[in-house]
Design a protein. Structure first.
Length: 329
């Protein structure tokens, strides 16, 4: 079916607010065609071309039909290329065909410049819509120069998803594509309230996919720690020395606190308010290092020690046990 005969895709409602029969028939034809392209399906699911999914999600037939009735087709999707329709060339140069233009052949020797032109095309958009992107790539630095603010938006919203589709992993490419579609919808000529609500709900997930968890992006933990370091300054004439000295003192006292008696209150060991001394198992033949008071917690469990744990226990006994000192000497 030619894209000139698919005006029904964006004529969903009639005069009384009901869905037109032509739209229902067209949706059924679309479903029938998409299901016939087995190489573009994921099992029994097809890509949903509604304004919410943007051909990024596979869904079953009934859900795709529901989304099309609810959200309509995505803008300017006259060629069903994500469902396997082989009419991409007509879609790319559709404007030039209307004006009777011809497509010049690409005769560039530089591969970097030709790569950009393969994505954008010399006459991809109509005159005045965007600058000539063929002059932007620099062959030495491998960067794009001379792009206006609007050119950057066009490159991000329309060309970026196409350029990196085969170069990046699917999860990275999908996140960049969702960001491009977000700005494309945000800068569209017509924007409804439900579209704004959908964009507001989608942007946190898109940012999470691109930049990762929020704790690695916030400055609050680092600012709090910098405040702790600033409070260590005792001599403002030697700020770095004061911070280093206080930091070493803090780490040293923390290390020494592990060797204190159990009744001593430290930063990592809180003594109970009503300390009853705990339980001490003074068995016959038991070493002194195993007679420290403690409290039983949970059920009894047995396990075998690893080699590293056995070596650590042996070293601790040799260095701290009174019964072993005569043999060490």
């Amino acid at each position: 079916m030619s894209n000139l005969k698919r005006g029904w895709m964006y004529e969903r409602f009639g005069g009384r607010g009901g869905i037109l029969s032509s739209f229902i028939t067209g949706v059924n034809n679309f479903i029938q065609y998409a299901c016939s392209q087995k190489n573009r399906m994921s099992g029994d699911k097809i890509k949903c071309p509604c304004k919410k999914c943007h051909n990024l999600k596979y869904m079953n037939v009934e859900m795709v039909k529901y989304h099309l009735f609810q959200y309509e087709f995505v803008e300017n999707y006259f060629v069903w290329k994500y469902q396997g329709e082989e009419d991409v060339i007509d879609e790319m140069y559709y404007v030039n065909d209307l004006h009777g233009g011809t497509q010049p052949e690409l005769g560039y020797d530089n591969l970097y410049q030709q790569m950009v032109l393969d994505v954008a095309g010399p006459n991809f958009y109509q005159d005045g819509y965007v600058s000539n992107l063929g002059k932007c790539p620099d062959t030495i630095t491998k960067k794009l120069y001379g792009m206006k603010s609007h050119d950057c938006h066009v490159f991000m919203q329309r060309l970026l998803p196409i350029a990196f589709r085969e170069l990046l992993p699917s999860n990275v490419w999908q996140a960049l594509t969702e960001l491009s579609l977000f700005f494309k919808d945000l800068t569209s000529t017509t924007l409804r309230v439900d579209d704004m609500e959908r964009l507001e709900a989608d942007i946190p997930q898109i940012l999470s996919k691109i930049v990762g968890p929020v704790q690695y992006r916030w400055m609050y933990p680092f600012e709090r720690y910098l405040g702790t370091l600033k409070r260590m300054i005792g001599n403002k004439a030697s700020v770095e020395g004061s911070i280093c000295e206080a930091y070493l003192m803090t780490e040293s006292t923390l290390l020494f606190s592990h060797y204190f008696e159990p009744h001593v209150l430290t930063r990592n060991h809180n003594v109970d308010r009503n300390d009853d001394g705990g339980i001490t198992e003074d068995l016959e033949g038991n070493l002194s290092i195993f007679t420290h008071p403690g409290r039983l917690w949970g059920e009894t469990r047995k396990r075998n020690l690893s080699l590293d744990e056995i070596k650590a226990a042996q070293t601790y006994i040799l260095l701290n046990c009174e019964e072993v000192e005569p043999f060490v000497r």
